[in-house]
Ligand binder design. Structure first.
Ligand code: 2AL
Length: 244
């Protein structure tokens, strides 16, 4: 099966890291197509960045449908454009935040999230609420370093993430940690080994869930609100986004 893993920001090093993590966990018969949109922010750490990333994500889904992709992963922890992407896709589309939170809820009665900038905590909190995870999520923590510092200052970042994960275990009464950024996709195994608890990277979790859903013969429901978008004209620079 073909799984397209979309890094919604346009930073190529992050796309490569996400693609490696996805390929490492995927079944040998699964083809991972890692990509990022041609247009959009270099990192996503605000509501504004999220909104502007969505058009590029939808363009990647549109191309994926033409290429016969079986399922998709939106590899940014805000799950930008998730429901709109589902409207365009025949197969399943999973966000890494929803995949990671659901995986955590299967293996622990409580988890804490460790994310990047403090201002993104509210984005994660909205998702916790939307996904019915309020009961499981103990706390959303931030290292207060920008997303691109994961690429540019990885030693400092990795140390800060480990320290925050340790604090979560000591202070939050949680049994698992959810890593709150696609750029942390390479860190879960090593942190889990050091701390002795499940540490969940949403990229890996989402790839395995997409494989399972496709294996079950399940795609996105085309009845109701996730049906294909209504064909209508779109104006200006969005005129190519008409769905036929
Ligand atoms: C993210 C993410 O996963 N990728 C990105 O550019 N921004 N979200 C986050 N909270 O760090």
């Amino acid at each position: 099966m073909k799984i397209k893993v979309i890094n919604p920001n346009t930073t190529a090093s992050m796309t490569a890291k996400i693609g490696l993590a996805a390929a490492a966990i995927a079944h040998p018969n699964t083809e991972i197509l890692a990509c990022h949109p041609d247009m959009g922010p270099v990192s996503i750490e605000s509501h504004y960045d999220e909104a502007l990333s969505v058009v590029g994500i939808l363009d990647e889904i549109r191309k994926g449908e033409a290429d016969g992709v079986d399922g998709y992963v939106i590899a940014c922890f805000g799950d930008p454009g998730l429901l709109a992407a589902r409207e365009l896709a025949q197969g399943p589309v999973l966000g890494i935040a929803e995949a990671a939170m659901h995986a955590a809820s299967f293996v622990a009665t409580g988890f804490s999230v460790v994310t990047t900038l403090g201002r993104t905590r509210v984005i994660a909190q909205h998702l916790v609420d939307a996904y019915g995870m309020t009961h499981f999520c103990r706390r959303i923590r931030a290292i207060d370093l920008p997303v691109l510092s994961l690429e540019e200052n990885s030693d400092i970042c990795n140390a800060a993430i480990l320290q925050e994960c340790r604090a979560a275990l000591n202070e939050d009464h949680c049994g698992a940690i959810v890593l709150g950024c696609g750029g942390m996709a390479d860190l879960a195994t090593s942190i889990s080994d050091q701390l002795g608890v499940p540490v969940i990277d949403g990229v890996s979790a989402a790839v395995k869930f997409v494989e399972a859903l496709v294996g079950l013969g399940l795609g996105t429901s085309k009845t109701g609100d996730l049906a294909y978008p209504i064909a209508k004209p779109y104006s200006g620079i969005l005129s190519a986004f008409r769905h036929s």
